[in-house]
Design a protein around this ligand. Structure first.
Ligand code: SF4
Length: 452
């Protein structure tokens, strides 16, 4: 059963008399479980819908929907599928007390994987889910593989029931489902020969595995440090060599690199990032793969509009985490050239999770407040959009509007700088890019990246 949260005026949903609280029960006698059923089963031009109004009245509608006409119905958020694993590096376990409630939810939900690109392990699928993924062609999915050796994977996931991932992916691949995959690199567990094996197995699956990223494990002060540690520089370098070997092979055989190191892997290895062409369509950018190069391409693409002179001579702060700050000069130099503004990158320490958490999207509002409160020399501050949720609230529950009221300069939230700088006449606090999905996402950012 799913419930209507909002109905847009002058739409088919409004004409049918839906109001918030209306329960959508079945389409063509198929019960509706969630938003996927709703979207797929109502895609036809004609269908029979059974619904119950908040008054309790049950109505059957014979709906004719001209192609392309939106129903205008927003559903209540889905009940998130909880994770059945207990990874030692789980970010949720690494959360301190007192954060937004959503940050304590371990989601492992193929529906959110399809819709929003969240990574899922596919360890909690029922036969009904398998059928559904194939029937609705939920492709591509984003899958946390970590290791293809079943013993190692089960150990990493702390789940002795986890099915074999290779046969699972093969089964889906034979039915037309494709995947982007990731390996969260845990030194001493799934690096070295295990990484070789994982990449070999994934590569052998052929076209259905669209890409694989290797992301160094990210830990907080609250993580289980006795069980898992961050890779050293040399371990990151070794992983990059393996990644590079597979990428070279794929370039030759398939015409694209296929295998990518996360920006953070290059950063921790102290090695330069590949050129932007390497990343193709930046398909794992949300996973911190090619995020820097993506920013540079966005700025270059916007340079004509950015160069109008509005920012010439202005001082602009870019507040970000330690992961991205060292890479920022590569981004900011181009930005300064086209805008004529002077940028200062402020590298903030995460006062909530500890200094080891370097992702900008996980910075608490208090960190921005502390860094900017006394800085009346700035004309503008750019903050990472992923640091706030859709209600403009930071990890530590500080409202962005309250933050802005305490700062001496206007504040704008941005994914790629160009978005915030092109906008004119904005309010003091402006979220430049609305992302309806962000409440379900592990915060990742154009300013930094997370892994999970
Ligand atoms: S890291 Fe992901 S798969 Fe592992 S326990 Fe946490 S939510 Fe589950």
């Amino acid at each position: 059963m799913i419930r209507v949260q909002h109905v847009a005026p002058d739409t088919l949903g409004a004409a049918l008399g839906f109001i918030p609280g209306t329960q959508l029960l079945a389409v063509n006698d198929r019960d509706l479980e969630d938003f996927l059923d709703w979207e797929f089963l109502t895609a036809d031009e004609r269908f029979v819908l059974r619904a119950q109004l908040p008054s309790g009245e049950e109505i059957e509608y014979d709906v004719e929907r001209p192609e392309g006409l939106p129903l205008g119905v927003t559903l209540e958020p889905p009940r998130i599928r909880r994770c059945a694993n207990h990874c030692d590096f789980c970010f949720v376990d690494g959360n301190p007390a007192g954060l937004r409630q959503v940050l304590y939810i371990r989601d492992d939900d193929y529906r959110l994987s399809f819709r929003y690109g969240n990574f899922a392990t596919l360890t909690n699928l029922k036969p009904w889910d398998l059928d559904r993924i194939v029937e609705y062609r939920l492709s591509p999915l984003y899958v946390s593989v970590h290791a293809t050796d079943p013993v190692v994977r089960r150990w990493l996931l702390r789940n002795p029931e986890a099915p074999e991932i290779v046969s699972q992916l093969r089964w889906f691949g034979e039915r037309g489902i494709a995947f982007h995959s990731q390996v969260v690199l845990v030194p001493g567990v799934n690096d070295g020969p295990q990484l070789e094996r994982t990449l070999t197995d994934l590569y052998a699956l052929g076209a259905p595995v669209l890409s694989v990223s290797v992301v160094p494990v990210a830990l907080t002060e609250f993580s289980k440090h006795e069980l898992v540690r961050q890779p050293t520089r040399d371990e990151c370098r070794a992983a990059l060599q393996t990644v590079g070997a597979f990428a070279t092979r794929s370039l030759t055989e398939r015409g694209h690199p296929w295998c990518f190191g996360a920006d953070d892997l290059y950063l921790q290895a102290e090695e330069p990032l590949p050129a932007e062409e390497w990343y193709g369509d930046f398909e794992q950018r949300e996973n911190g793969v090619g995020a820097v190069r993506y920013l540079q391409t966005r700025i270059a693409a916007a340079s004509e509009r950015l160069g109008a002179g509005e920012w010439r001579g202005k001082r602009i702060a870019i507040a970000t985490g330690a992961a991205m700050a060292p890479l920022m000069p590569q981004v900011v130099d181009g930005l300064a050239r086209v805008t004529g503004a002077r940028f200062e990158v402020l590298q903030l320490e995460n006062t909530m999770f500890g200094a080891s958490v370097t992702t900008a999207g996980l910075l608490p509002g208090a960190a921005f407040l502390g860094a900017l409160r006394e800085r009346d020399d700035f004309d503008l501050a750019l903050l990472p959009a992923e640091a706030v949720n859709d209600d403009l609230v930071f990890m530590d529950d500080l409202d962005a509007r309250d933050l802005a009221a305490q700062l001496p300069m206007p504040v704008r939230f941005s994914y790629d700088f160009a978005d915030a700088l092109i906008e004119r006449g904005t309010r003091n606090v402006e979220r430049e890019t609305a992302r309806p999905s962000s409440a379900f996402r592990l915060p990742t950012s154009a300013f930094g990246e997370g892994s999970g």
